[in-house]
Every structure is written in structure tokens, then in C-alpha cells.
Design a protein around this ligand. Sequence first.
Ligand code: MG
Length: 256
Amino acid sequence: MAPKHADCIALDFDGVLCDSARETAVSAWRAGRQLWPEWSTETPPAAAVARFLEVRPWLETGYQAIVMMRMIADGAPDSAFAEDLEGHCQRVLAATGRQRQDLVRFFGQARDEWLRRDEAGWLAAHEFYPGVVEAVRSAQERAEVTVITTKQERFARALLESRGVRLAEDRLYGLERGRSKTAILGDLMAHSGPSIRFHFVEDRAETLRQVLAVPALADVRLYYAAWGYGTPADLAWARAEPRVRVWSLDDFLVFD
Ligand SMILES: [Mg+2]
């Protein structure tokens, strides 16, 4: 179906719309209990959650948080998260005899169980950034708003709907699509008319760098969400990159 609006706004979810870091730490810990039964408590130690909030910038996809909680338990330094998270993921898989898909499943199951048992508590473990819900709802009246996330779609949808934001099936792309954000942006552009302006808002500098590297995405307008999980180095990079506009919360979805 041809878009009704002249703009398509693609939004990342975690770190742009919603701060889910505390919930991620708890769900990751509960998923990790399937691998490490010595994690005997239902919720992680407060110090482990606090450390997770510090290392959250290096998380790319939810299930990696299980490995990060293991690294936290082992006292890993920042550099291990910044430079060798993938290596740690590989070593955890080898040591536990599991596949990546198992970790994805454990993480999803931990969330599903929390959501089923205590929906109000699960929703309350998340915090939408101030003003973003109102801004998204208002943007939906003048643009095609699409959410592209590495979260599983049902969780992003439940959170958005809890705040009155409804997205059509083809306006939410999550982990289960198995496609990179650059590939999804490319598909969205391919299925829109040439006159549609594309905007992409993201708090992960590496993802913006991936978009910058794709010639077919040269016309996508890029925004770095400075309130998200990025590091000071990410912010400095975004400020220096001519194609990226740095947004603070006050600028969110305000176009000139
Ligand atoms: Mg993000």
C-alpha cells in the first residue's frame, strides 16, 4: 500500500523510546539461571544491576545481556564489554554447550514468564523517556512511523500499546525478522515512492555507521539520540559526522 505521508520515520526502540535497562538486567539474570543454577535468587544482586546500567552501551541484542550478567558476576572490566563481547558470547556458548538460539529462547521465556505472571510489574520496570510517547503519537498523524528494534516484537508492541501507541503489522520490525536494520531500511525504501523522505533515529553509533556505509541509504536522514545508551565517544563521533544530526529529547521528532 502506498504511504499516505511524505515522510517515513524509522525509530529504534530501546534507548530512543524506552529505557528498559533494569528490566533487561533482571530478565537476563533469570534466563541465566538456566545455565548457571548457582544463581539461586529470583532477582539479581543490586550491585549487578547497577553494573549492568554502566555496561549497557555495549549491548546490541537482548540475549547478549545473559552473557553480560555472567561477565559482571566474573568481574569483567569495561574493556571486555567494549572490545570483546562477541568473544565472550562465543566462549559462553562453547562452555555451556548451547547455541545462540537457545540463549535467545531463554531470554524470551524469562520475559514471557514475567509478563504473564506480573504484567503490571513488567511494564513498570520500563520507563519511556519524557515526552516521547506524545511525540510519536503526534508524528503518526503526519508521517509513517515505523519501529525497528532488536527486541522481539511482542515485547515492543506490549510496551507501546500500554502507552496507547498502535502500530500496524508492517510498522514494527523486531528480532524475529532476522534482518539487519540496514536491510529493513532498504526494504522500506524499496516499497515506498521515490518522493518519500526517510528519517532514522538511533542511539547506537555503530548502527548509524552501518547505515552510512550503505550507498543505497545515502538519502536517509540520520539522527543520534543523545539521551540513549551511547558513550561520550559515541556522542563525539555523532557530533563530528556531517550526515548525523544529534538530537536531545527536546528536539525529538521536531523537523525544520
Ligand atoms: Mg537502541
